[in-house]
Design a protein around this ligand. Sequence first.
Ligand code: KG4
Ligand code: ZN
Length: 333
Amino acid sequence: MIVLGIESSCDETSIALLKDGKQILSLVTHTQIKDHQIYGGVVPEVASRKHLEYINPLLEQAFAEAKLKWDQIDGIAVAQGPGLQGALLVGVTAAQTLAQLLKKPLMGVNHLEGHIYANFLAFGEQIEFPLLVLLVSGGHTQLIEMTGHHQYKVVGETRDDALGEAFDKSARIMGLGYPGGPEIDALAVNGDAKAFDFPIAIPKEPDFSFSGLKTSVLYKVKDLKKQSDELPLANLCASFQKAAIGAVIKKTFRYAKAHQIKQISITGGVSANSYLRAQLKQIGQSQNISVFMPPLSLCTDNAAMIAACGYYQFKDEKVPKKIEIYPRYPIST
Ligand code: KG4
Ligand code: ZN
Protein backbone atom coordinates (compact mmCIF):
# COMPACT_ATOMS: atom_id res chain seq x y z
CA MET A 1 0.00 0.00 0.00
CA ILE A 2 1.44 3.38 -1.01
CA VAL A 3 0.48 6.32 1.20
CA LEU A 4 1.08 9.96 0.35
CA GLY A 5 1.90 11.87 3.54
CA ILE A 6 1.47 15.62 3.93
CA GLU A 7 2.81 17.67 6.86
CA SER A 8 2.42 21.44 7.31
CA SER A 9 1.61 21.94 10.98
CA CYS A 10 4.39 24.38 11.89
CA ASP A 11 7.44 25.54 9.95
CA GLU A 12 8.20 22.54 7.76
CA THR A 13 6.40 21.76 4.52
CA SER A 14 6.95 18.08 3.92
CA ILE A 15 5.71 15.47 1.45
CA ALA A 16 6.44 11.73 1.52
CA LEU A 17 5.52 8.63 -0.41
CA LEU A 18 5.71 5.56 1.78
CA LYS A 19 5.28 1.91 0.82
CA ASP A 20 3.75 -0.56 3.29
CA GLY A 21 4.43 1.68 6.28
CA LYS A 22 8.18 1.15 6.13
CA GLN A 23 9.79 1.94 2.80
CA ILE A 24 10.32 5.62 2.07
CA LEU A 25 10.02 6.04 -1.70
CA SER A 26 10.55 9.78 -1.37
CA LEU A 27 10.67 12.37 1.39
CA VAL A 28 11.06 16.04 0.56
CA THR A 29 10.96 18.80 3.15
CA HIS A 30 11.31 22.55 2.98
CA THR A 31 12.24 24.04 6.32
CA GLN A 32 11.41 27.67 7.02
CA ILE A 33 13.90 28.07 9.86
CA LYS A 34 15.74 30.89 8.03
CA ASP A 35 12.51 32.80 7.42
CA HIS A 36 11.65 32.84 11.12
CA GLN A 37 15.16 33.15 12.58
CA ILE A 38 15.17 36.95 12.47
CA TYR A 39 12.03 36.99 14.64
CA GLY A 40 13.44 34.48 17.16
CA GLY A 41 10.45 32.15 16.72
CA VAL A 42 7.80 31.00 14.26
CA VAL A 43 5.55 33.75 12.83
CA PRO A 44 2.22 32.11 11.88
CA GLU A 45 1.44 34.33 8.85
CA VAL A 46 4.90 33.83 7.38
CA ALA A 47 4.56 30.07 7.93
CA SER A 48 1.24 29.87 6.03
CA ARG A 49 2.59 31.87 3.11
CA LYS A 50 5.69 29.72 2.82
CA HIS A 51 3.65 26.49 2.96
CA LEU A 52 1.50 27.82 0.13
CA GLU A 53 4.58 28.67 -1.91
CA TYR A 54 6.25 25.29 -1.46
CA ILE A 55 3.53 22.67 -1.27
CA ASN A 56 2.88 22.19 -5.00
CA PRO A 57 6.54 22.08 -6.08
CA LEU A 58 7.27 19.62 -3.25
CA LEU A 59 4.37 17.38 -4.26
CA GLU A 60 5.69 17.25 -7.81
CA GLN A 61 9.24 16.62 -6.58
CA ALA A 62 8.10 13.77 -4.30
CA PHE A 63 6.28 11.94 -7.12
CA ALA A 64 9.18 12.52 -9.52
CA GLU A 65 11.75 11.18 -7.04
CA ALA A 66 9.60 8.13 -6.27
CA LYS A 67 9.05 7.63 -10.02
CA LEU A 68 5.33 7.30 -9.40
CA LYS A 69 2.28 8.59 -11.21
CA TRP A 70 -0.24 10.48 -9.10
CA ASP A 71 -2.90 7.75 -9.36
CA GLN A 72 -0.51 5.02 -8.19
CA ILE A 73 -1.07 5.91 -4.55
CA ASP A 74 -3.59 4.01 -2.43
CA GLY A 75 -4.38 6.67 0.15
CA ILE A 76 -3.50 10.08 1.54
CA ALA A 77 -2.60 10.92 5.15
CA VAL A 78 -2.44 14.50 6.36
CA ALA A 79 -1.52 16.10 9.68
CA GLN A 80 -4.68 17.79 10.95
CA GLY A 81 -3.31 19.11 14.26
CA PRO A 82 -2.03 20.15 16.69
CA GLY A 83 -0.35 23.12 15.07
CA LEU A 84 -0.87 26.55 13.57
CA GLN A 85 -4.34 26.92 12.06
CA GLY A 86 -3.30 28.68 8.85
CA ALA A 87 -0.34 26.36 8.36
CA LEU A 88 -2.46 23.22 8.85
CA LEU A 89 -5.05 24.58 6.43
CA VAL A 90 -2.56 24.53 3.54
CA GLY A 91 -1.71 20.83 3.97
CA VAL A 92 -5.29 19.75 4.67
CA THR A 93 -6.67 21.65 1.67
CA ALA A 94 -4.04 20.11 -0.61
CA ALA A 95 -4.87 16.64 0.75
CA GLN A 96 -8.63 17.13 0.30
CA THR A 97 -8.19 18.40 -3.24
CA LEU A 98 -5.96 15.48 -4.22
CA ALA A 99 -8.28 12.95 -2.58
CA GLN A 100 -11.21 14.26 -4.60
CA LEU A 101 -9.31 14.51 -7.87
CA LEU A 102 -7.68 11.09 -7.58
CA LYS A 103 -10.65 9.44 -5.82
CA LYS A 104 -8.43 8.07 -3.04
CA PRO A 105 -9.26 7.66 0.65
CA LEU A 106 -8.12 10.41 2.99
CA MET A 107 -6.95 9.91 6.57
CA GLY A 108 -6.44 12.65 9.17
CA VAL A 109 -3.43 12.12 11.42
CA ASN A 110 -2.59 13.61 14.79
CA HIS A 111 0.86 15.19 14.39
CA LEU A 112 1.94 13.89 17.81
CA GLU A 113 0.91 10.35 16.88
CA GLY A 114 2.91 10.92 13.71
CA HIS A 115 6.02 11.52 15.82
CA ILE A 116 5.34 8.28 17.69
CA TYR A 117 5.00 6.38 14.40
CA ALA A 118 8.44 7.56 13.23
CA ASN A 119 9.67 4.63 15.32
CA PHE A 120 7.22 2.15 13.79
CA LEU A 121 8.39 3.33 10.38
CA ALA A 122 12.01 2.69 11.35
CA PHE A 123 11.63 -0.50 13.42
CA GLY A 124 8.24 -2.01 12.46
CA GLU A 125 7.45 -5.26 14.20
CA GLN A 126 10.61 -5.20 16.32
CA ILE A 127 8.61 -2.96 18.66
CA GLU A 128 6.44 -4.84 21.09
CA PHE A 129 3.77 -3.63 23.49
CA PRO A 130 3.54 -2.35 26.16
CA LEU A 131 5.75 0.47 24.97
CA LEU A 132 6.69 3.55 26.98
CA VAL A 133 6.96 6.59 24.69
CA LEU A 134 8.85 9.72 25.67
CA LEU A 135 7.54 12.45 23.39
CA VAL A 136 9.76 15.53 23.55
CA SER A 137 9.19 18.33 21.06
CA GLY A 138 8.98 22.11 20.92
CA GLY A 139 5.38 22.15 22.11
CA HIS A 140 4.97 18.88 24.03
CA THR A 141 6.63 16.77 26.69
CA GLN A 142 4.71 13.65 27.53
CA LEU A 143 5.29 10.17 28.82
CA ILE A 144 2.81 7.85 27.15
CA GLU A 145 2.13 4.16 27.72
CA MET A 146 1.04 2.35 24.57
CA THR A 147 -0.72 -0.96 24.98
CA GLY A 148 -1.28 -1.48 21.25
CA HIS A 149 -1.46 0.47 18.01
CA HIS A 150 -3.30 3.76 18.64
CA GLN A 151 -3.93 2.79 22.28
CA TYR A 152 -2.49 5.56 24.42
CA LYS A 153 -2.43 6.40 28.08
CA VAL A 154 -0.71 9.68 28.96
CA VAL A 155 1.02 8.94 32.25
CA GLY A 156 3.04 12.14 32.66
CA GLU A 157 3.43 15.56 31.14
CA THR A 158 5.05 18.89 31.71
CA ARG A 159 3.42 21.31 34.07
CA ASP A 160 4.92 24.33 32.33
CA ASP A 161 7.40 24.53 29.44
CA ALA A 162 7.94 21.72 26.96
CA LEU A 163 11.49 20.35 26.87
CA GLY A 164 12.18 21.81 23.40
CA GLU A 165 10.79 25.13 24.61
CA ALA A 166 13.17 25.02 27.59
CA PHE A 167 16.08 24.46 25.17
CA ASP A 168 14.91 27.30 22.90
CA LYS A 169 14.28 29.79 25.73
CA SER A 170 17.53 28.98 27.54
CA ALA A 171 19.43 29.30 24.26
CA ARG A 172 17.91 32.73 23.76
CA ILE A 173 18.99 33.75 27.27
CA MET A 174 22.53 32.66 26.38
CA GLY A 175 22.36 34.76 23.20
CA LEU A 176 22.21 31.76 20.84
CA GLY A 177 20.09 31.55 17.69
CA TYR A 178 16.75 29.89 16.98
CA PRO A 179 15.99 27.01 17.24
CA GLY A 180 18.14 26.69 20.33
CA GLY A 181 18.07 22.92 20.77
CA PRO A 182 20.57 22.00 18.05
CA GLU A 183 22.85 24.93 19.07
CA ILE A 184 22.96 23.85 22.71
CA ASP A 185 23.54 20.25 21.65
CA ALA A 186 26.51 21.19 19.46
CA LEU A 187 28.13 23.55 22.00
CA ALA A 188 27.66 21.12 24.90
CA VAL A 189 29.88 18.53 23.23
CA ASN A 190 32.97 20.49 24.29
CA GLY A 191 31.66 21.58 27.68
CA ASP A 192 31.98 20.41 31.26
CA ALA A 193 28.55 19.31 32.50
CA LYS A 194 29.66 19.73 36.11
CA ALA A 195 30.70 23.38 35.65
CA PHE A 196 27.36 24.75 36.88
CA ASP A 197 24.83 23.19 39.14
CA PHE A 198 21.37 23.87 37.74
CA PRO A 199 18.70 22.62 40.10
CA ILE A 200 15.69 21.02 38.48
CA ALA A 201 12.30 20.54 40.07
CA ILE A 202 11.21 16.92 40.28
CA PRO A 203 7.46 17.19 40.78
CA LYS A 204 5.36 14.28 41.78
CA GLU A 205 6.25 11.39 39.56
CA PRO A 206 5.99 11.18 36.58
CA ASP A 207 5.30 14.84 35.69
CA PHE A 208 7.95 17.25 34.43
CA SER A 209 8.74 20.92 35.07
CA PHE A 210 11.32 23.03 33.26
CA SER A 211 10.44 26.66 33.95
CA GLY A 212 12.55 26.81 37.16
CA LEU A 213 15.56 25.54 35.22
CA LYS A 214 15.13 28.29 32.65
CA THR A 215 15.03 30.87 35.48
CA SER A 216 18.26 29.50 37.01
CA VAL A 217 19.91 29.78 33.61
CA LEU A 218 18.74 33.40 33.44
CA TYR A 219 20.20 34.28 36.85
CA LYS A 220 23.45 32.44 36.16
CA VAL A 221 23.89 34.24 32.82
CA LYS A 222 23.21 37.63 34.44
CA ASP A 223 25.78 36.81 37.10
CA LEU A 224 28.41 35.69 34.61
CA LYS A 225 27.89 38.79 32.47
CA LYS A 226 28.89 40.92 35.45
CA GLN A 227 32.25 39.14 35.46
CA SER A 228 32.95 38.99 31.73
CA ASP A 229 31.37 39.87 28.38
CA GLU A 230 32.23 36.43 27.11
CA LEU A 231 30.02 33.64 28.43
CA PRO A 232 31.43 30.13 29.00
CA LEU A 233 28.87 28.84 26.52
CA ALA A 234 30.09 25.25 26.21
CA ASN A 235 29.98 24.74 29.98
CA LEU A 236 26.60 26.47 30.30
CA CYS A 237 25.11 24.30 27.56
CA ALA A 238 26.56 21.05 28.92
CA SER A 239 25.35 21.84 32.45
CA PHE A 240 21.87 22.84 31.23
CA GLN A 241 21.60 19.68 29.17
CA LYS A 242 22.69 17.47 32.05
CA ALA A 243 19.93 18.90 34.25
CA ALA A 244 17.12 18.95 31.65
CA ILE A 245 17.83 15.61 30.01
CA GLY A 246 18.75 14.03 33.35
CA ALA A 247 15.25 14.77 34.66
CA VAL A 248 13.38 13.18 31.74
CA ILE A 249 15.64 10.15 31.72
CA LYS A 250 15.23 9.58 35.43
CA LYS A 251 11.44 9.69 35.22
CA THR A 252 11.20 7.57 32.12
CA PHE A 253 13.28 4.72 33.52
CA ARG A 254 11.62 5.01 36.91
CA TYR A 255 8.19 4.58 35.33
CA ALA A 256 9.38 1.70 33.14
CA LYS A 257 10.81 -0.09 36.16
CA ALA A 258 7.74 0.46 38.34
CA HIS A 259 5.43 -0.87 35.59
CA GLN A 260 7.75 -3.57 34.29
CA ILE A 261 7.91 -2.12 30.80
CA LYS A 262 10.83 -3.44 28.79
CA GLN A 263 10.50 -1.24 25.69
CA ILE A 264 11.01 2.50 25.50
CA SER A 265 10.89 4.79 22.49
CA ILE A 266 11.70 8.46 22.19
CA THR A 267 10.35 10.80 19.62
CA GLY A 268 9.83 14.49 18.71
CA GLY A 269 12.39 17.15 17.81
CA VAL A 270 14.40 16.84 21.03
CA SER A 271 14.95 13.12 20.38
CA ALA A 272 17.67 14.31 17.98
CA ASN A 273 19.69 15.43 21.01
CA SER A 274 22.98 13.56 21.10
CA TYR A 275 23.33 13.56 24.90
CA LEU A 276 19.77 12.20 25.33
CA ARG A 277 20.43 9.47 22.77
CA ALA A 278 23.74 8.44 24.32
CA GLN A 279 22.33 8.36 27.84
CA LEU A 280 19.26 6.37 26.82
CA LYS A 281 21.36 3.84 24.97
CA GLN A 282 23.71 3.37 27.89
CA ILE A 283 21.05 3.14 30.61
CA GLY A 284 18.81 0.97 28.42
CA GLN A 285 21.63 -1.53 27.97
CA SER A 286 22.47 -1.59 31.66
CA GLN A 287 18.81 -2.16 32.63
CA ASN A 288 18.07 -4.61 29.84
CA ILE A 289 15.43 -2.35 28.33
CA SER A 290 15.15 -1.98 24.53
CA VAL A 291 15.32 1.66 23.48
CA PHE A 292 14.03 2.74 20.06
CA MET A 293 15.09 6.09 18.63
CA PRO A 294 14.17 7.32 15.17
CA PRO A 295 17.02 8.07 12.77
CA LEU A 296 17.92 11.78 12.95
CA SER A 297 16.17 12.46 9.64
CA LEU A 298 12.84 11.41 11.21
CA CYS A 299 13.16 13.21 14.57
CA THR A 300 11.97 16.64 13.51
CA ASP A 301 8.76 17.32 11.60
CA ASN A 302 8.45 15.28 8.42
CA ALA A 303 5.74 13.75 6.24
CA ALA A 304 7.11 10.19 6.31
CA MET A 305 6.00 9.80 9.95
CA ILE A 306 2.54 11.15 9.03
CA ALA A 307 2.30 8.63 6.17
CA ALA A 308 3.42 5.83 8.52
CA CYS A 309 0.79 6.71 11.12
CA GLY A 310 -1.82 6.99 8.35
CA TYR A 311 -0.77 3.58 7.03
CA TYR A 312 -1.39 1.93 10.42
CA GLN A 313 -4.73 3.75 10.69
CA PHE A 314 -5.78 2.54 7.22
CA LYS A 315 -4.66 -0.97 8.18
CA ASP A 316 -6.71 -0.87 11.36
CA GLU A 317 -9.66 0.03 9.15
CA LYS A 318 -10.26 3.08 11.23
CA VAL A 319 -13.10 4.84 9.41
CA PRO A 320 -11.68 7.97 7.84
CA LYS A 321 -13.28 10.70 9.89
CA LYS A 322 -14.34 14.06 8.63
CA ILE A 323 -11.13 15.90 8.00
CA GLU A 324 -11.05 19.00 10.12
CA ILE A 325 -8.28 21.18 11.47
CA TYR A 326 -7.54 20.87 15.16
CA PRO A 327 -4.99 23.49 16.31
CA ARG A 328 -5.29 21.87 19.75
CA TYR A 329 -5.35 18.11 19.45
CA PRO A 330 -4.16 16.19 22.50
CA ILE A 331 -3.37 12.52 22.23
CA SER A 332 -6.60 10.85 23.29
CA THR A 333 -6.44 8.26 26.01
O1 KG4 B 1 9.07 18.04 16.86
P1 KG4 B 1 9.61 19.34 16.39
O2 KG4 B 1 10.37 19.36 15.08
O3 KG4 B 1 8.49 20.40 16.27
C1 KG4 B 1 7.42 20.43 17.16
O4 KG4 B 1 6.41 19.74 16.84
O5 KG4 B 1 7.57 21.11 18.20
O6 KG4 B 1 10.55 19.88 17.58
C2 KG4 B 1 11.22 21.10 17.54
C3 KG4 B 1 12.00 21.25 18.82
C4 KG4 B 1 12.64 22.63 19.01
O7 KG4 B 1 12.35 23.09 20.31
C5 KG4 B 1 14.13 22.35 18.84
O8 KG4 B 1 14.96 23.24 19.56
C6 KG4 B 1 14.23 20.94 19.37
O9 KG4 B 1 13.08 20.29 18.88
N1 KG4 B 1 15.43 20.24 18.88
C7 KG4 B 1 16.45 19.85 19.70
C8 KG4 B 1 17.44 19.27 18.87
N2 KG4 B 1 16.98 19.31 17.58
C9 KG4 B 1 15.76 19.91 17.61
N3 KG4 B 1 16.59 19.96 21.03
C10 KG4 B 1 17.74 19.49 21.58
N4 KG4 B 1 18.73 18.93 20.85
C11 KG4 B 1 18.64 18.80 19.51
N5 KG4 B 1 19.61 18.23 18.80
ZN1 ZN C 1 6.52 18.04 15.69
